[in-house]
Design a protein around this ligand. Structure first.
Ligand code: SF4
Ligand code: SF4
Length: 437
C-alpha cells in the first residue's frame, strides 16, 4: 500500500512503524474471510482491510478520529485472526494498538461511555476491587432481566452494557488463592524454577487454574514463585488504548520479575491466561523506544511462556490410565493467532489420555476479547452463540481452553463444563479432579 507520510511525520517512531506496516499490505483482502466482524456484519469497514484504510487515512492526515473510525476500530476484537491469514506479514496488532491510543487521546466519547471505560480500567486490574464489584454485581444480577435485550443492537448503549456485565457476573465467588510472595517448592529433585503470573480477573474468578498449574509443576520438580508486588500485566488497559497505565504496569512488573530472577533464578515467567501472555511477550516491542526499559522488557518477553509451551517441553511421564472423556479444545485467539501456539495444548491433552476434538470454525473468536463482551455485547453474544453451536457439533463431555476470558464467555452459553487445559493435565497426571466451578 502506498503511503504519503511526510519526513516530519516519519521522524516519530510510532508513525515510522505504522508506515512500515501499511506498506506491507497489498489490499488482497484474504484477511476479510477470517475476520469475525466481517463474517457477521459483512461491511468492508468492519474488515481488517477496511480498518487499515481508515487508520491509514487518520494517521496520514493527522486527523482527529472521526465517529466512523472510532465505531469500526471499537468493533475490532483484536483477535488477530487477520494476522494469521495475511500472506504479506502485516502486523495489524501494532497498527490497531496505535489507533486505539490515538482515539483515547484525541476523541471525546459520550460521557456515559467515558465513565464506563474509566470504571473498567480502574476496577478490572485490581483484584480487591474486582472481587468487591463481582459481589455487588451478583446481588444486582436479577435486575439484568429488566434491562433491554442486547440483540440487534449494533450500536450498544449503557444499559445493554450494564446488562452484559450483570449477566456475566458469577453466581458465587471461590475463596481467594495464595498471595504474592508465596513460594511452592518442587517435590523431589528440583529441575526448574518459574514465576507464575497471578493475573487479576482470573485470580478472583478461578484461582483453581493457577492452583492446578502449581500442583502439576511442583509434582514434576518445578519450584513456583508468585512474585511479590506483581501487578496486572496491563493487557486490559492496553486494549482500551490507555497506554500510560499499561506501560506503567509493564515497567513495574519488569522490575519485580527481573529482581526475582536475580535473587533466585527464573527459567520462565509462566502465564495461564493467554490474553496476558500475548501482551507480556510484546513488552519488548511496547517499550522498544524507552532507553531504560527496552533491554529489560525484551528480556522479560523472552522469558514469558504460555503454560502449555512450558509443560510441553517437560516431557511428562505417560499417564497410567486413559480417559474416554471427549474434550472440545477451544483455541483462544490470543494463543493461536497472538502466540501461534496451536498444537501443543491439543497434543498434551491427547498424550495424557483425553479424546481431543477440534471445533469447526476454530479460527473465529468466541467474542470475549478482554472487555469487548461488555463494550460490544451484541457482536460478542452472536459470536459466543456461533462458537457454542460449533462446539455442540463435536458432542463434547467437556470444553478446554487456555484463557479465562474465553472460559467465562463460552460458559455463558452452554451447560457443558468449561475448564482450563492445565486443570485437565493436572488431573491426568495425579492432581485432583477439576472443580468445574
Ligand atoms: S483483529 Fe480480528 S476483528 Fe480485528 S480486524 Fe483482525 S480479524 Fe477482524
Ligand atoms: S491479507 Fe494482509 S495484505 Fe491482504 S488485505 Fe489483509 S492485511 Fe492487507
Amino acid at each position: 500500500m502506498k503511503t504519503e507520510f511526510t519526513p516530519t511525520q516519519l521522524a516519530d517512531p510510532d508513525i515510522a512503524e505504522a508506515d512500515k506496516i501499511l506498506r506491507k499490505c497489498v489490499h488482497c483482502g484474504f484477511c476479510t474471510a477470517t475476520c469475525p466482524t466481517y463474517v457477521l456484519l459483512g461491511d468492508e469497514l468492519d474488515s481488517p482491510r477496511g480498518r487499515i484504510y481508515l487508520i491509514k487515512e487518520m494517521l496520514e492526515k493527522n486527523q482527529k478520529p472521526t465517529q466512523e473510525v472510532v465505531k469500526h476500530v471499537d468493533r475490532c476484537l483484536s483477535c488477530l485472526a487477520c494476522m494469521t491469514t495475511c500472506p504479506s506479514g502485516v502486523n495489524y496488532m501494532h497498527l490497531v494498538d496505535q489507533a486505539r491510543v490515538k482515539i483515547e487521546k484525541d476523541y471525546t466519547r459520550p460521557l456515559s461511555e467515558r465513565l464506563l471505560r474509566d470504571v473498567l480500567a480502574w476496577v478490572l486490574p485490581r483484584p480487591g476491587l474486582f472481587r468487591l464489584s463481582m459481589t455487588m454485581a451478583r446481588l444486582a444480577r436479577p435486575l439484568a432481566a429488566l434491562l433491554p435485550s442486547t440483540s440487534k443492537q449494533s450500536n450498544p448503549n449503557l444499559l445493554s452494557r450494564v446488562k452484559a456485565m450483570l449477566t456475566m457476573s458469577p453466581k458465587q465467588l471461590p475463596a481467594a488463592g495464595p498471595l504474592g510472595g508465596s513460594v511452592f517448592p518442587a517435590i523431589g529433585a528440583r529441575r526448574g524454577r518459574v514465576a507464575l503470573l497471578q493475573g487479576c480477573a482470573q485470580q478472583v474468578l478461578a484461582p483453581r487454574i493457577n492452583q492446578a498449574a502449581i500442583s502439576l509443576l511442583t509434582r514434576h520438580g518445578v519450584e513456583v514463585v508468585l512474585v511479590r508486588d506483581e501487578q496486572c500485566c496491563g493487557a486490559l488497559t492496553h486494549h482500551l488504548g490507555r497506554d500510560g497505565d499499561a506501560l506503567a504496569r509493564a515497567k513495574a512488573n519488569i522490575g519485580v520479575w527481573l529482581g526475582e530472577a536475580d535473587r533466585g533464578g527464573l527459567d520462565a515467567i509462566l502465564v495461564t491466561a493467554s490474553g496476558c501472555g500475548t501482551v507480556i511477550k510484546d513488552y519488548g516491542y511496547m517499550l522498544r523506544e524507552d532507553p531504560e526499559f527496552a533491554a529489560p522488557a525484551a528480556k522479560v518477553s523472552a522469558l514469558a511462556k504460555d503454560i502449555s509451551e512450558y509443560v510441553s517441553a517437560m516431557d511428562l511421564p505417560k499417564p497410567d490410565k486413559q480417559s474416554d472423556l471427549v474434550v472440545a479444545y477451544h483455541s483462544a485467539c490470543s494463543l493461536q493467532h497472538g502466540q501461534k501456539i496451536t498444537q501443543a495444548p491439543k497434543e498434551l491433552l491427547s498424550k495424557n489420555g483425553f479424546v481431543v476434538k477440534d471445533i469447526p470454525e476454530s479460527h473465529l473468536c468466541c467474542g470475549s476479547a478482554g472487555t469487548y463482551n461488555i463494550l460490544q455485547p451484541d457482536i460478542a453474544n452472536r459470536l459466543r452463540d456461533r462458537k457454542v453451536a460449533n462446539i455442540a457439533m463435536v458432542k463434547p463431555d467437556i470444553i478446554a481452553a487456555g484463557n479465562i476470558g474465553c472460559m467465562v464467555q463460552i460458559a455463558g452459553g452452554t451447560s457443558v463444563p468449561v475448564v482450563h487445559t492445565i486443570e485437565l493435565l493436572d488431573w491426568a497426571t495425579g492432581g485432583p479432579r477439576p472443580g468445574l466451578n
